[in-house]
Design a protein around this ligand. Structure first.
Ligand code: DON
Length: 307
């Protein structure tokens, strides 16, 4: 039996080390609403499978979750349609930036994986077809898993994304030309931008990710994914969750993880705990500099990883 705050001393040590680390990268500036974030903000939370959550720094501060939400839409769609999804999106690392168009034409409009933007658009499209409200389904799920009924979308960020969304629109139209998008592109983009604008804290996201540490079982004890599907989602996070830096992330951290350009990263220690770290300064590949460093230190100090 472990104490409900087993890893708190480790988190405190990491926060202290990060505080004294110079160089935090730069916040994303292609969405004006994100550019104003202070790169010295830092928070980190751990959730245990029984629902205990604790953290350090800004761990209760809501931030723009961005592509971290792609894990949850993938799980929600996989739970509904099962393996048919994989006929419409692959599960191989792309080796390209998250918003790249180049592979799509060679590969007949089937995106490499669900975590690059093209793949996430396909997943959100399919979830929207199945539920009639992809972003509403996502929000309901996240509120339930985190126990935070105040979690919500940030309409200002969503509008900012839409105003600077030419590349996502191009991806969606291009895939539609191959018959790989069901809904009208403007409807899909509205859903996708709202999804990306979700504001949540490290505490919220560590709790919301815990179904992946519980092998597919939700906070209320019901099952979202089969054990095998939970393994699949964790595997795709490990191989594709940090864009074209997934190899380096696996090497340094050794856990399934998913980053977003708001500076958040979630990570899973299957069967043991989930983590969420946030710091808005990004490296050139779009991952939080302090976030990756903190997760690297966590697995080094605790010896926990999937390897
Ligand atoms: O699609 C975009 O540009 C963003 N809203 C999401 C970006 C993000 O976090 C990186 N994605 N894979």
């Amino acid at each position: 039996m472990t104490s409900p705050t087993t890893f708190l001393p480790v988190l405190e040590r990491i926060a202290e080390e990060i505080e004294h680390t110079p160089g935090r990268g730069r916040p994303a500036d292609y969405i004006p609403a994100l550019a104003a974030c202070d790169p010295r903000r830092f928070g980190m939370a751990v959730a245990e499978p029984d629902g205990a959550v604790y953290g350090v720094g800004d761990w209760r501060e809501p931030f723009s979750t961005q592509s971290v939400t792609k894990v949850f839409t993938l799980a929600l769609d996989l739970a509904r349609e099962g393996d048919e999804l994989w006929e419409h999106v692959g599960r191989e690392p792309s080796g390209n930036p998250f918003n790249s168009l180049v592979q799509l034409e060679y590969e007949d409009g089937i995106p490499r994986n669900p975590f690059i933007n093209a793949g996430a658009l396909v997943v959100t499209d399919r979830l929207h077809t199945r539920t009639g409200d992809a972003s509403g389904t996502l929000l309901e799920f996240l509120r339930a898993e985190s126990g935070n009924p105040r979690m919500s979308y940030d309409e200002e960020v969503a509008a900012s994304e839409a105003a600077h969304g030419d590349r996502n629109a191009a991806l969606a139209h291009f895939m539609a030309s191959y018959g790989n998008i069901d809904n009208p592109v403007p409807v899909l983009l509205e859903q996708y931008f709202r999804q990306c604008s979700l504001r949540a804290s490290c505490a919220d996201l560590a709790l919301a990710t815990a179904f992946l540490a519980r092998h597919g079982v939700r906070a209320d004890g019901t099952r979202l994914l089969s054990r095998s599907q939970a393994k699949q989602v964790n595997a795709v996070m490990l191989t594709c969750g940090t864009y074209d830096a997934a190899g380096d992330f696996a090497y340094r951290v050794g856990l399934p993880g998913k980053s977003g350009v708001g500076g958040g990263i979630i990570a899973v220690v299957p069967g043991r705990c989930t983590l969420c770290v946030w710091s808005p300064g990004l490296d050139e590949r779009g991952n939080s500099v302090a976030g990756v460093a903190a997760l690297d230190r966590f697995t080094t100090l605790t010896g926990l990883s999937v390897f």
